[in-house]
Structures are given as C-alpha cells and as structure tokens.
Design a protein around this ligand. Structure first.
Ligand SMILES: [Zn+2]
Length: 373
C-alpha cells in the first residue's frame, strides 16, 4: 500500500490475526463427559449445568467471543509463509506459497480457484501472477468479500542500511499477516458456516511497483491483482461489502479509520469499528480518522464494491528487511480475526444495518444486511 498524496515514504502499520482453533474448543468435551460418568447421582444436575456453560462459552469462542484473542494459529501461518522466503513474483518461494495456500483453502472452502494472469509493467517486464479465490456457500446471493495481498515486495527501500534496500522484504506483516488472518477465518467458517456467503480473494502483485535503481515505489505497477479482479469480476458479482486486511499484525496495533475507506464506504467502517468496540477492542480499532492510503481497496471501490482497509499505518519495519515474524503479535492477529468473524456473523443475523449505498439493491427475496429490506 501507499500513503495517498505523499508518495510512498512514510512508516506503515501492520497487523495480523489469530484465533482459537476449533480443536482446542473440543478437547474439553470428552473430559467433561468422563467426569459426568464418575460423579455421584446427586451432583448430576450441577454437572449438567456446568457442561451447558462450558459448551456455551466454547460456542461463543468459535465465532469470536471475548476469549478468542489467541492468535497462535494465525501466528503460525505467518511464520509458515515467511519460511518460504520472500513471495516475490517469479521466484520459487512465490510458486511454493501459492500451492500451499491453495491446498490450505481446498481443505476448508466450498470452492477454490487459482486465477493466473500476466501483467506487463510500465517498464516492460512480464509478470506471471495469480489471484486465489475461495468461496463459502457459493450459492448464497448475500455475500461478503474479504481480501489480502499474498505477494511480498521485491525491494526494501525503507531499510536504514542502503545495502539492504535492493533486497526483498520478508513480508511478515506486509503480506503474510493479512493472509494468515484470512486463512484462520477460513478455519472458523469451515467449522461453523455463518449463514451468509463469504468469498476470500488473495491478491498477487500488490507490492510490485519499484524503480530498479532507486527502489522507489512506482504506483502504476502496484495493486495488480486487485486491478485484474476489478477488470474481470463480471457485473453480476455484487457483495454487500468488502474488507481488506493489510499490515494487521503489529505488536502495538492501532487501526484508525483509513481515509479512503471513510470516503468510499463510511457505513462499512462504522459497522466494523462498532463491532470492534462491542468486543472490547476500541483501543485497537481507534475511533479517529487516519490518513488516506492507496491500497487494493481503491480499485474495488472504483467498480462499486464498497471496500474498507483495515491497516495500521505506523509500522516501523514497513518495506524494510526487518519486517520479520518477531515484529508480529499473535494477540493482534487474534483480535482482527475476531472482529472480522463477528462482523460477518452480525450481517448473517439480520438486516439492521445502515441504509444501502446509492444504487445498491439487495438480491430479490433477500434482505441484505446493508439493505433496507
Ligand atoms: Zn507493502
């Protein structure tokens, strides 16, 4: 991403998401059943009540209750991506990470597609890029789109040592964090389908554009996967809204309301930040407007998909060789995952949202969460 109007040279934020894996939730159940079989008859009622409470709290944690701040799984997914090496288009690490992500999603989503494309840059380089698309409940007319970029930047122009600036960034926060949260969200959606369609878009080529000599950002060759998606998605695809995750794993996370999100989709910003506040995360999803950032959400907004960017602008390791997993926090990843899941759950649960954007009409027979019904 790039800070709009200021070229590229300002520190950015990062983030990531984690979650309580379902297997952790279910471990306790046989233990309780074992206890029940050993209890004297007079304590049966107490035991049944305890079991009910345990299951209730476990279910709440599935979809992002107050206890779902354990981002350990998502943290592992960040480390896994970084272990491939920088996911720079044209490299073996890029190809390997693509196959790993695709396989991960194929075990969880209803449909998964690789969408390869080529992009000729303004400098004449031909890049082989691939967006990954995964759908849950693909037949549902009411849908939410979640996206993150999976490539990593080929140069680290913000590194303090000039000798490092031509090296690729490890991309723990810038790239891997957003993907990790979305994969962790996929775990939860597979375990507990939310009653609304959810699509995941992992974009390639977000972070490519650079001058080969100075390494400065060249915006005309950024956001390539999102631009490709915007150009080819087809007019019939109209999600209710979309959420982009970028730099979501910072150890000291602060997500202000990003300027272009507020401009294009203020009602979506409000819903997500209200959800975060209800979950007790208003210290992380802070209630103030931040800078405007050029990112993958802009091409989507330009074709009418109301998309917000959850991004921490203030990440000191942005576009440096120090963007490594030790700068990323499992807790932050867990919070972002929790907020995303709860936002989805609320939209599946009813239409009590703000009015629809101009020109928006919910699919026939459905009351979309952002629709008036
Ligand atoms: Zn970047």
């Amino acid at each position: 991403m790039i800070i709009a109007h200021l070229a590229a040279f300002a520190p950015q934020a990062s983030c990531g998401v984690g979650f309580s894996h379902a297997s952790e939730t279910f471990v306790a159940k046989p233990t309780i059943w074992t206890m029940l079989t050993r209890l004297p008859a007079w304590s049966g009622l107490f035991a049944v009540l305890s079991l009910a409470l345990l299951l209730l709290s476990a279910c709440g944690e599935e979809i992002g209750g107050a206890g779902a701040v354990d981002g350990g799984v998502a943290m592992g997914l960040v480390e896994r991506q970084v272990a491939f090496g920088p996911r720079v288009p044209g490299t073996e690490a890029h190809a390997a990470a693509l196959e790993w992500m695709t396989a991960y999603l194929r075990e969880r989503a209803d449909t998964v597609e690789q969408r390869p494309f080529t992009w000729v840059t303004t400098r004449g380089d031909t890049l082989a890029l691939t967006n990954v698309w995964a759908s849950f409940s693909p037949e549902s007319p009411s849908r939410v789109l979640l996206l993150a970029h999976w490539d990593s930047r080929p140069v680290a122009e913000m590194s303090s040592d000039s000798a490092d600036r031509g090296r690729p960034v490890p991309g723990a926060n810038d790239g891997a964090s957003g993907v990790a949260v979305l994969l962790a969200v996929a775990d939860a959606l597979a375990e507990d389908p939310p009653g609304i369609g959810v699509d995941l878009l992992l974009t390639d080529g977000e972070d490519w554009g650079h001058d080969p000599v100075t390494y400065a950002t060249e915006v005309q060759d950024m956001f390539l996967g999102a631009r490709r998606f915007a150009a080819t998605r087809g007019g019939s695809y109209r999600p209710l809204f979309a959420i982009l995750l970028d730099l979501v794993g910072d150890r000291d996370p602060h997500f202000p309301m990003e300027g272009n999100s507020v401009r294009y989709a203020p009602e979506v910003v409000r819903r997500v930040w209200e959800t975060a506040a209800d979950l007790g995360h208003s210290d992380v999803f802070v209630s103030r407007q931040g800078r405007a950032i050029n990112d993958d959400h802009v091409p989507l907004n330009e074709i009418g998909i109301r998309t917000i960017d959850v991004i921490d602008f203030d990440y000191p390791y942005w576009h440096t060789v120090e963007d490594t997993p030790d700068k990323v926090s499992a807790r932050t990843l867990g919070i972002v995952r929790e907020v995303v899941l709860e936002t989805i759950r609320r939209h599946a649960g009813g239409p009590s949202g703000p009015p629809p954007p101009p020109g928006f009409s919910p699919p026939a027979g459905r009351r979309g969460p952002l629709g008036r019904g």
